[in-house]
Write a protein that binds this ligand. Sequence first.
Ligand SMILES: [Zn+2]
Length: 197
Amino acid sequence: MVSAAPRLSSTILSYLKRDLLLREGHFEFRSGRHTNALLDRDLLLADPESASRMGYALAKEFFTNKVDTIATPSIWGAGLAQWIAYFLEPRAKVVHATPMKSGERRISENLHVMISGKRIVVVDNIIVSGETIDQFTGMIEDLGGEILRVGTLWDLADRHIHGYEVFGLLDELYPAWLPEECPFCARGDDDLEQIPY
Ligand SMILES: [Zn+2]
């Protein structure tokens, strides 16, 4: 889908670069995908200025969705979700999952009321392999939530996860290639930086 306005304004992009939250290069993620950019997911949400800018850019995408709840599977996603919910009108609630020792996630029972029968947007900061979002959207469905959209700053996995199209702010500018599709590899750039996630 091609939209008239870019997902991420050039102003936001220039801030990201200025604040070193985004740097360009040649990167390989654990999923095997290659990119020519890296977003500093920790720093990004350490600064309310940049976090709120990103949150607003995503909220804009969901303005007309009549969202009750932003649901997120991760602590990084929770920081972003607060901003998105804040910028929606009326403001949405935020539900997050807590990791357990087993590695699974659970959603506290007193939050279920904000999921069952509610209009949900699922958000995470960065979608790397897609596994977390795949499991989490299943959890939300099992709890009776109606998932309207799935959104993220950057989707490095498939464009569709658990049957939902993923909206990623950085996806148009910085696609995540399979190694055999990577234009940097194709032109012989073997200075590949391994990313530990
Ligand atoms: Zn490559």
